[in-house]
Ligand binder design. Structure first.
Ligand SMILES: *[C@@H]1O[C@H](CO)[C@@H](O)[C@H](O)[C@H]1NC(C)=O
Length: 148
């Protein structure tokens, strides 16, 4: 695991040095990511990411998830109620918001998603694992956009 993380970090550093992402964004392969500390509801965070030319981050591979986890740690946001991600529960099924594709890679925390209290329909990091949370909760967020 440590070796994998190290490899990812090297890729992140190499990616950052290469052209392709606007200032302040972190490149990994063909995507750029940015952490936004401002607190917002899930929908409002999605709109803010769209205003930046992107979408809420959709970590649909283990590598992308590791990059985003690293960004949470770097920004001191590795605890509970961490940043929003671009997934939602629609008609009882979890999907990536940009495509409607069902989750393939999964990184839920233990016993999650638990829909605690009902209406936990939006995806975010809780202690660096995926968790379901009510969509109007005010949280930080992670955006992604295509590298150019
Ligand atoms: C559901 O998970 C949350 C963490 O997101 C936890 O605080 C809560 O106690 C859990 N609820 C139940 C009913 O297990």
């Amino acid at each position: 695991m440590k070796i994998l993380v190290a490899v990812f970090l090297v890729l992140v550093v190499v990616g950052t040095a290469a052209a392709g992402c606007p200032d302040g964004w972190t490149q990994f392969l063909d995507l750029c990511y940015i952490y936004q500390s401002a607190k917002a509801s899930w929908a409002s965070a999605q709109s803010s990411c769209q205003a930046l030319g992107g979408i809420l981050a959709e970590p649909d591979t283990a590598c992308e998830n590791e990059v985003l986890i690293h960004m949470c740690r770097e920004n001191g946001d590795a605890g509970s109620f961490g940043p929003w991600l671009g997934g939602q529960k629609v008609g009882g099924a979890w999907q990536w918001s940009s495509s409607g594709a069902a989750f393939d890679y999964l990184r839920w925390g233990p016993n999650e998603p638990n829909n605690s209290g009902g209406n936990e329909d939006c995806l975010h990091y809780n202690w660096l694992s995926w968790n379901d949370l009510r969509c109007h909760y005010q949280a930080s967020y992670l955006c992604q956009r295509a590298a150019e």
